[in-house]
Design a protein around this ligand. Structure first.
Ligand SMILES: Nc1ncnc2c1ncn2[C@@H]1O[C@H](COP(=O)(O)OP(=O)(O)OP(=O)(O)O)[C@@H](O)[C@H]1O
Ligand SMILES: [Mg+2]
Length: 255
């Protein structure tokens, strides 16, 4: 039993497979008995729920706008009301819950709202064994420091030069912001037979997901990618990755 949740942030260039990896990782943690998992969609263009086959009716962003402008039901203070709405925004599914962050705030002052929301988030996080955070493409989340200091940062890249160059940029910013290099790992995705000749240092990827027809087929059929067959190559690799992360998490947090 982990003494606290182990948080994994997934970042990388656009379209490299962050959401695919997150959903397969959530699925794999459940498959190996590491549940419940909290899936956090930190991409304003939220689609992790689709990859996991659940529906999101409200994001924390839209809830924040409303919970602070609307009249509170009688008998509740704003604090209780936000807590209540926060729980409503949480999607509960078999083995995992999901929360979508939605759009960043507008121009008003949201300090009070954000303080309350992070309080709700901290309370909620205690309930999980693993937290998997999908981010928007690029370096926004990392450079703004909004993801805090995760236990593990996975940087996903396809074999192309632009994806590989993004690895170095993300790694540099994350390290500058104080994340220990040992917590940063590379994942290759859509791998066929090699990568572009771009220097990414001598780190060996923690996982290499092959270009997998079943992943592509799930997208074409508009079915959740997390439900690709158990023996599909990408799913099998991610399961191994989940096992690896479980071992690291035990070392890290003290099993
Ligand atoms: N291993 C794979 N094999 C085949 N296709 C894949 C694989 N991984 C991802 N894809 C496909 O690549 C596309 C992009 O994947 P995904 O949405 O996961 O990327 P992303 O990094 O989250 O994108 P964005 O930056 O837009 O959030 C999708 O069509 C997905 O089906
Ligand atoms: Mg995505």
């Amino acid at each position: 039993m982990l003494s606290r949740p182990f948080t994994i942030v997934v970042s990388g260039k656009g379209g490299t497979g962050k959401t695919t990896l997150c959903s397969l990782l959530v699925r794999s943690f459940i498959d190996i008995g590491e549940k419940p998992v909290l899936a956090v969609d930190a991409d304003p263009n939220a689609n992790l729920h689709e990859a996991l086959g659940v529906t999101v009716s409200e994001t924390l962003g839209s809830m924040r706008e409303e919970a602070f402008t609307r009249r509170i039901p009688p008998g509740m203070n704003r604090h209780d009301y936000v807590r209540f709405r926060f729980r409503q925004a949480l999607v509960e599914a078999e083995g995992f819950d999901l929360v979508a962050m939605g759009r960043p705030e507008g121009s008003g002052c949201y300090c009070f709202a954000n303080d309350l929301l992070s309080e709700c988030m901290t309370e909620l996080e205690r309930e999980y064994r693993f937290i998997v955070i999908d981010t928007e493409a690029g370096m926004e989340h990392i450079s703004r420091g909004t993801i805090g200091k995760p236990d593990m940062l996975l940087i996903v890249s396809d074999p192309g030069a632009r994806g590989l160059r993004t690895i170095s940029r993300i790694r540099e910013i994350a390290t500058l912001l104080g994340l220990e290099p040992a917590k940063i790992h590379i994942v290759f995705n859509k791998y066929k037979s090699g990568t572009a000749p771009v220097d990414i240092g001598n780190e060996i990827p923690i996982a290499i997901l092959p270009d997998d027809y079943s992943v592509e087929a799930a997208d074409l059929a508009a079915t959740p990618v997390s439900q690709v067959p158990l023996n599909s190559p990408a799913r099998m690799v991610v399961r191994e990755l989940a096992e690896k992360i479980r071992s690291l998490a035990k070392e890290h947090t003290g099993a």
